[in-house]
Write a protein that binds this ligand. Structure first.
Ligand code: SF4
Ligand code: SF4
Length: 355
């Protein structure tokens, strides 16, 4: 397993890391089996989020006795300092550690959120305070738009950035190149996320090799069983460059399979006559629907100035979308699901996809 320095930090991380999303849905034994195999094959980076329920606990138990050999990362989506301080304390307890290697501000989706977390009562200051107190080694940030990350880097000293990298999501493959250059220039660690794009990336081997060849310090991927993990580890061991033809073939293959609802953030539909931010709305709904981040997605929805009530079903967006995403149908579902207090019963048994 190739190890890379994480930016200018003192940490060395495996090129393949494990993300925490699946661990909230599988047992402790399954989690420990996956992490045990990963450790045997050289993985040392385990990265999760407060949003992924008991994943910190499960990781902590699975690496017990190996704390000095692993790099632990987690993140908070809380925006206020007091809330984030509480979250850091809870994470320390969950992992069963005195210090967390990287603690990030999770999913800073908009400039407004960035301003909020950087304001005097914002969550950035909680992480910085905990870093100075020795409970966190490095402060990170995750976002999906390069401009948000670049603005954040102008506002504060972050050590690590988590940003999507894959060939499906246009922001990810176009934005990441420029971003990677900037992160290298500043000596900031780059952990790439979402190599499999919720399973939309098609062939897992091609998807993983593509990411390894782009050169982030590490890429974290969620795996639901040891078999999937071994496939990803084999791709890391191989990591031959991926040709353009291979990418096009695998995209065509995944399109055929069924994935017609994934917004590629291409911005073609940006001009909704009713002022609805279509791609942002679709993104939040992905979080609700695929990551089960129900409360968080509803919170984002509540804060919108123009919500789905404004949609008059004109269909302009669908006609413009080059990927034929059934936006009206998705919005009809989202309008129901994102309302507060509705029980998401249909989510319970839903099959999950790799991230
Ligand atoms: S269908 Fe709704 S979201 Fe799409 S362009 Fe018309 S008003 Fe906007
Ligand atoms: S046109 Fe389609 S893929 Fe592009 S941003 Fe809009 S919904 Fe997403």
């Amino acid at each position: 397993m190739q190890r890379n320095k994480l930016g200018n930090t003192s940490l060395e991380v495996s090129r393949l890391g494990l993300g925490g999303i699946p661990f909230q849905y599988i047992s402790q034994k399954e989690t420990s089996d996956i992490i045990g195999t990963a450790r045997e094959r050289g993985v040392n980076l385990f990265y999760t989020s407060r949003m992924y329920r008991d994943s910190e606990n499960k990781i902590g138990l699975a690496v017990r006795g190996q704390r000095d050999q692993v790099v632990l990362g987690t993140s908070t989506h809380k925006r206020k300092k007091t809330d984030a301080l509480r979250e850091v304390r809870e994470s320390l307890g969950n992992f069963g550690t005195d210090v967390i290697d990287v603690y990030s501000l999770h999913n800073v989706l908009t400039m407004a959120v960035l301003k909020e977390i950087m304001s005097p009562g914002g969550s950035y200051h909680a992480l910085e305070e905990m870093r100075v107190a020795g409970f966190i080694k490095h402060v990170g940030i995750s976002a999906h738009q390069p401009e948000t990350i670049l603005a954040a880097l102008e506002m504060a000293a972050f050590d690590v950035v988590e940003f999507p990298l894959n060939y499906v999501d246009r922001e990810a493959h176009e934005g990441s190149e420029k971003l990677l250059e900037e992160l290298r220039r500043r000596g900031i660690g780059y952990v790439s996320i979402k190599p499999m794009v919720f399973g939309y990336a098609g062939n897992a081997d091609i998807a993983m090799r593509y990411v390894f060849n782009c050169g982030p310090d590490s890429t974290v991927v969620g795996t639901y069983n040891v078999e999937e993990l071994n496939q990803n580890l084999d791709s890391e061991a191989d990591a031959r460059p991926v040709s353009r033809e291979e990418i096009l073939d695998t995209i065509a293959e995944s399109e055929k399979k069924c994935f017609k609802v994934f917004c590629r953030r291409c911005d073609t539909c940006i001009e909704c006559p009713q002022g609805i931010d279509i791609r942002q709305m679709l993104r939040w709904y992905e979080y609700f629907d695929r990551y089960h981040s129900t409360d968080w997605a509803r919170e984002q929805y509540r804060m919108l100035k123009r919500n789905l009530e404004a949609c008059d079903n004109c269909g302009i967006c669908e006609r413009e979308c080059p990927y034929h995403i059934p936006i009206k149908r998705e919005f009809a579902r989202a309008k129901v699901d994102l309302l507060p207090r509705r029980s998401p019963k249909r989510l319970v048994k839903k099959k999950l996809f790799g991230d």
